[in-house]
Design a protein around this ligand. Structure first.
Ligand code: AMP
Length: 176
């Protein structure tokens, strides 16, 4: 694997989607095959010998990394989606956003009982979405031995809400 400065491939967009937020845009990773390959290779290196049975990912940017990772490890993908998108029987969880509420869902039949599911997203901010996702995976009978994000914003304290699950990121930023 080439030694690589991932920071160079993450676009920073001030005041998006609203004033005061610095948006860390991972589409600039997707448009760089070297950067994208670096991310997937790192994920594989981190988790290939960890007994991971499946990967769960949050709609929509999380899918873009989890799919290639799942292909490399030959494991199933568990899509976690916004409410109302999945046609089968679901497990769902409401959670608080800065303003208002959101709800995510997973197909109950996708959650493998007693299996080790790595939970992933592109970026971990407050950790609220991943916390809700973890709870529906556990409700469905899976274990969640780790949480992974390409980008982490640890100043938003996601480690507290996500403990005791170990959280791994490829790059962290310390302000917004
Ligand atoms: P959270 O539940 O707070 O961890 O964040 C939920 C989602 O919002 C993550 O999946 C990110 O894709 C997105 N997000 C939150 N804050 C940012 C940010 N500063 N830059 C880019 N994406 C963000």
């Amino acid at each position: 694997m080439v030694d690589f400065n991932l920071d160079d491939c993450i676009r920073k967009v001030p005041d998006f989607p609203r004033k005061g937020i610095l948006f860390y845009d991972i589409t600039s990773i997707l448009s760089s095959p070297i950067a994208y390959k670096y991310c997937i290779d790192k994920m594989v290196e981190l988790y290939k010998n960890k007994g991971i049975d499946a990967v769960a990912a949050i709609e929509a940017r999380g899918f873009l990394f989890a799919a290639s990772f799942a292909y490399c490890l030959n494991i199933p993908i568990i899509p976690i989606r916004k409410k109302g998108k999945l046609p089968g029987v679901t497990l769902s969880k409401k959670y608080a956003l800065e303003y208002g509420q959101a709800e995510i869902e997973v197909h109950r039949s996708d959650v493998p009982k007693g299996k080790r599911v790595l939970l992933t997203d592109d970026l971990i901010a407050t950790g609220g979405t991943l916390n809700a996702a973890r709870s529906i995976l556990i409700e469905g009978g899976a274990e969640v031995p780790g949480i992974f994000g390409i980008v982490g914003l640890p100043f938003l304290d996601y480690e507290k809400i996500l403990e005791p699950t170990p959280v791994t990121t490829l790059i962290n930023y310390h302000s917004e």
